[in-house]
Design a protein around this ligand. Structure first.
Ligand SMILES: Cc1cc2nc3c(=O)[nH]c(=O)nc-3n(C[C@H](O)[C@H](O)[C@H](O)COP(=O)(O)OP(=O)(O)OC[C@H]3O[C@@H](n4cnc5c(N)ncnc54)[C@H](O)[C@@H]3O)c2cc1C
Length: 477
């Protein structure tokens, strides 16, 4: 039998890769990690961690600016020192990286190679000068920002998430091309830190894949805070000016418009990191979207699995981790039945302020599958006492269910939306109807009211429509 250096080698040390090697080690396997740059990947260096640190700083700035609404006066400066804010963001990155340094993995017994790997054959990769052999591989090399071929884009200096968090200070103004999750989060935060923001978005509103009415509510709120949003607009040309950049946009009814700013942030999509891996030598097929995998996360190469952004399906850290928990056991254990990914109960959130969280399908998608038998329950944050005490009354919970109350979709715009969503997601995942939430006692006053109330409304509807109760009521009359 062939002898290999390792049971499992993981290529790429981001959210997916880190989870995969840790799990491989826990399962008693000899594992190694090959990373071409720095352990931590996008999440630590240019994604989740710095963006959330920046968002928190922006929230603090916003709270201080609006202190009077809580009856407070402060002598403290309301000025934002953006140099210090950016230093703070990088200090948070450094703190997270403390737990991700190569030594941390080596101490646990995981070999780390900092090199660009390239397949020699399905069981060997060349990493620098060394050739490493392994029975199984997991590819988790992530993705990079897609920069669209806008005329003149290569003649200007622009930002993406890869260099945004390395800025020493923040500019006075910025155009963001793309009102998706990254563009919207950064717009919401940077605007509060004093950057004049214009979003150029080709759809009719930002976050076009989210529940329309909630995304529109969020956009209204951001516009109210000073963000300019150019919807139905395509960026067609970019040029340098003395002070920064000028962007030409095309909008069906308004024609060509110009917008100027000191900086440009491009946030329009992602492409998989597959260059240099020599996937052909390993028999691993891919498209421009990413490596092709089935539900077991196996690629077209029999002993090779792929997880995370590089598969181009759902580009979230939690999905990279979820897939690692599927791919690793499938790869290294003789399971009688392979584990398979299930996307029915997939959550995500955009961490604007307020947050917009989602699990399951939108109302439109539900109508396509279930017709008009679905039920839709809405509840505004303005009806939640805790939101009143916290002055966070803007927002809404929207729950889409079957006629029998089985949850199809959860959409929450509001304070703590992402955390709040998980209670409903748990009920959905366990296959219980919405009234189970109404049965549960929620502590008062909490944001839990925002989901308990619509659940109680469903429970009321259920009792009202109960044929036995209807007959008894009729007889009594
Ligand atoms: C601004 C921003 C904010 C985000 N916020 C969130 C959030 O709040 N929540 C969330 O769930 N997701 C968020 N994401 C998405 C999240 O960062 C990614 O989905 C996640 O990092 C993907 O993990 P991964 O392991 O697939 O890839 P990565 O974390 O990108 O890791 C890939 C690793 O592979 C390395 N690599 C690349 N090519 C090679 C190669 N050829 N050989 C070896 N190594 C290679 C890279 O250097 C990197 O270390 C955000 C993304 C951005 C850009």
């Amino acid at each position: 039998m062939a002898q290999f250096d390792y049971d499992l080698v993981v290529l790429g040390a981001g959210s997916g890769g880190i989870s995969a090697v840790n799990l491989g080690l826990n399962l008693g396997k000899k594992v190694a990690l090959v990373e071409k740059n720095r352990i931590g990947g996008e999440c630590t260096w240019s994604g989740c961690v710095p963006s959330k640190a920046l968002i928190k700083a922006a929230e603090a700035a916003f709270t201080i600016k609006n202190m009077e609404k809580y009856g407070l006066k402060t002598a403290a400066s309301k000025q934002v020192d953006t140099r210090k804010v950016m230093d703070h963001v990088r200090a948070v990155i450094a703190r997270v990286y403390e737990e991700e340094k190569p030594e941390v993995f080596q101490r646990k017994g995981i070999d780390v190679y900092i090199a660009s790997p390239s397949f020699v054959n399905p069981n060997q990769v060349k990493a620098g000068e060394r050739v490493i052999s392994s029975k199984r591989f997991i590819i988790s090399t992530g993705s990079h920002p897609f920069v669209p071929p806008i005329q003149g884009i290569d003649t200007v200096r622009y930002l993406t998430n890869e260099n945004l968090f390395q800025l020493k200070t923040l500019p006075g103004s910025m155009v963001i091309i793309g009102g998706g999750p990254i563009g919207s989060e950064m717009a919401s935060a940077l605007n509060r830190l004093g950057v004049k923001i214009t979003i150029v978005e080709q759809a009719s509103h930002i976050l076009s894949r989210e529940e329309d009415e909630l995304a529109e509510m969020l956009m209204k709120r951001m516009v109210g805070e000073g963000v300019k949003v150019m919807c139905d607009s395509q960026a067609v040309k970019v040029e340098k000016t003395a002070k920064g950049i000028r962007i030409y946009t095309e909008t069906p009814r308004l024609g060509v418009r110009k917008v100027e700013a000191e900086q440009l942030l491009v946030a329009v999509g992602r492409r998989p990191n597959i260059e240099g891996l020599n996937l052909e030598k390993a028999g691993v097929d891919y498209t421009s979207r990413g490596i092709i995998v089935g539900r077991t996360m196996r690629t077209t190469g029999k002993n090779i699995y792929a997880i995370g952004d590089v598969v181009g399906l759902f580009l979230f850290s939690h999905m990279a981790e979820y897939w690692a928990a599927i791919a690793v056991p499938n790869a290294v254990l003789p399971l009688p039945v392979k584990k398979r990914a299930n996307y029915k109960n997939l959550p995500w959130s955009t961490f604007t302020d307020p947050e917009l969280a989602r699990a399951g399908v939108t109302e439109k998608e539900a109508r396509k599958s279930y017709g008009d038998s679905i039920r839709v329950y809405r509840y505004p944050y303005s009806g939640v006492d805790r939101a009143k005490t916290d002055m966070t009354e803007e927002g809404m919970v929207k729950i889409v269910t079957t006629r029998r109350g089985m949850i199809l979709g959860v959409h929450i715009l509001g304070a703590h939306a992402a955390d709040l969503m998980h209670e409903l997601l748990m009920v959905k995942t366990l296959g219980h109807p919405l009234n189970r939430v109404a049965d549960m006692i929620h502590a008062y006053p909490t944001y839990g009211d925002a989901i308990k109330r619509p659940a109680a409304r469903f429970y009321g509807d259920k009792l009202r429509d109960n044929p036995v109760i209807k007959i008894i009521q009729k007889l009594r009359k």
